[in-house]
Design a protein around this ligand. Structure first.
Ligand code: MSP
Length: 486
């Protein structure tokens, strides 16, 4: 049994969760469940990023203290993860004592290694990005992602001596010691490194950003929200002495959206190298989605609320609809107005109907499924799909893995239409009938295994049903009714 530590980003506690956050967390959950299913000792992290000027501003808008504000947002996220059946092992919050203690310990290491230095800095800062932005990136004077003018900041900060660690970071990426996937994102990061990046400021002026962890060695400074947030991956494990840390670090997989790749693939490894902490093994960078062709935004009114998806399509329906929209190696689009169609086509008429057909014929013709030899036609389609499925999930290509499974579902449907078991029954071809239905039953059992990480609740139900069918203990006329049609 090998250990597997995987993480989602920790989300800003600046407002309620939306489908983007639900997408990444469900993505990670599927991989965690898949790994557990195959015997790994998994630790799945998700949590909240609760400091910084943006969150303090939001709290002030509502006349509330930042802590009260983030407590409520964190509770909303936690509730959503429960409704989405997320199997996280921890929910780390950056306002927790556990986190703050670990952050101070990490900064002690940076200081001991002489990795941080003090400097006056002047630059344009976008609070939306919680990052400095160069003049050349602005569009009509505005941050292209947040459509707001950046603020000119002149202040004393403490910087990580990034330049000192960049060659090593570059080498670790090139040698795949940190395996960045997909390759396009790896190349993108190498380009950023090669085009030169300024040193990374690790603190902010405390008078301007009071909402954060105090910088331990200078009262005038707060630890920069990113310098604080990235460390969650360590502090959650009780860095540096905790048992969890000893068991699970280094991270096996960070799953992130493409807009925070620079932080995870450059700054984060540089911080770890500076503190002499082992590097994460791999990073999967997924693309971001638009909704019906436009960026999700409150003004456009196209923000998808995950709770609405769950109420209409159920937990597993919502999980499926989020993950089956676009290949995550690129940016994609979610066709929200086609969710009903997709649900009916794939889940109700595809998967659900196939199972109903197979199981009801077994009952109708009084056949108890056995493990006897299956039709080579099905056996070979199943073997090919199986290889492809594992390769895809192993490569974090969940959209493609689902496509593989749903293609196999179509293959089984076609097989039924071609073999017409009802004619076999009519013609008294009992041997052929038993063989065809056994093959189909075996196919259904395999689909259940493959889809268990994606649709945990429905597949547990289908598995129980199939077991009872096999054992002959199913109540008469009891339909499975997996995904009711909308
Ligand atoms: N707090 C930082 C992350 C710190 S990690 C140490 C942050 N938070 S966030 O709330 O803005 O969440 C960003 C993440 O949410 C993205 O990287 C991605 O995982 C997910 N998504 C947000 N919008 C998304 C889409 N439109 N599409 C897909 N995923 C999206 O950045």
């Amino acid at each position: 049994m090998s250990k597997f530590y995987l993480t989602t980003p920790i989300y800003y506690a600046s407002g309620p969760p939306h489908a983007g956050h639900a997408f990444t967390t469900t993505y990670a959950d599927v991989i965690a469940r898949y790994r557990r299913q195959h015997g790994d000792d998994v630790f799945l992290l998700t949590g909240m990023d609760e400091h910084g000027s943006k969150i303090a501003e939001k709290a002030a808008e509502e006349n509330r203290s930042p802590q009260e504000f983030v407590d409520d947002v964190a509770a909303e996220y936690q509730k959503l993860w429960q409704s989405l059946d997320i199997s996280n092992d921890i929910f780390i919050r950056t306002t927790s004592e556990k986190h703050k203690i670990g952050v101070r310990k990490f900064f002690d290491r940076l200081r001991a290694a002489d990795a941080i230095y003090e400097e006056f800095y002047e630059g344009l800062y976008c609070a939306g990005c919680e990052d400095f932005i160069t003049e050349s990136k602005l569009v009509n004077g505005l941050c292209p992602d947040h459509a707001k003018p950046p603020e000119l900041i002149k202040e004393k900060n403490y910087f990580l001596n990034l330049k000192q660690y960049l060659p090593a970071v570059r080498e670790k990426i090139i040698s795949d010691t940190i395996h960045i996937r997909p390759d396009s994102r790896r190349k993108e990061i190498l380009n950023v490194i090669d085009s030169g990046i300024p040193n990374f400021s690790m603190t902010r002026d405390r008078t301007r950003v009071p909402w954060g962890i105090p910088f331990p060695y200078d009262d005038s400074q707060t630890i920069y929200v990113w310098g604080d947030a990235l460390l969650n991956y360590l502090t959650a494990l009780d860095f540096p002495d905790g048992d969890l840390y000893k068991k699970f670090w280094p991270a096996d997989l960070h799953i992130i959206g493409s807009e925070i790749n620079k932080f995870h693939s450059i700054y984060w490894p540089a911080m770890l190298l500076a503190a002499d902490v082992p590097l994460p093994k791999s990073i999967f960078v997924h693309g971001l989605f638009t909704v019906n062709g436009q960026k999700m935004s409150k003004t456009i009114g196209n923000v998808i609320n995950p709770d609405d998806l769950i109420s209409r399509y159920g937990t597993d329906g919502a999980r499926y609809l989020l993950l089956s929209q676009f290949p995550a190696s690129e940016h994609g689009d979610i066709k929200a107005d086609e969710f009903d169609l997709k649900y009916n086509a794939d889940l109700a008429n595809g998967l659900g109907n196939l199972f109903e057909r197979i199981f009801s014929m077994l009952r109708l013709y009084n056949i108890s499924p056995t493990d006897e030899e299956t039709d080579p036609e099905i056996a070979s389609a199943c073997k090919n799909a199986e290889e492809e499925y594992h390769r895809r999930v192993g490569g974090c290509e969940l959209f493609e893995a689902l496509q593989t499974v749903f293609l196999f579902i179509k293959t089984l449907d076609r097989y039924i239409n071609e073999k017409t078991p009802w004619n076999m029954a009519k013609e008294g071809e009992r041997k052929e009938l038993v063989r065809a239905l056994n093959s189909l039953f075996h196919g259904a059992e395999t689909i259940i295994e493959w889809l268990t990480p994606f649709l945990p609740e429905k597949m547990a139900h289908a598995k129980e049903y199939a077991c009872k069918l096999k054992a002959g203990t199913l109540a008469e006329d009891k339909k499975l009714n997996l995904f009711p049609r909308l």
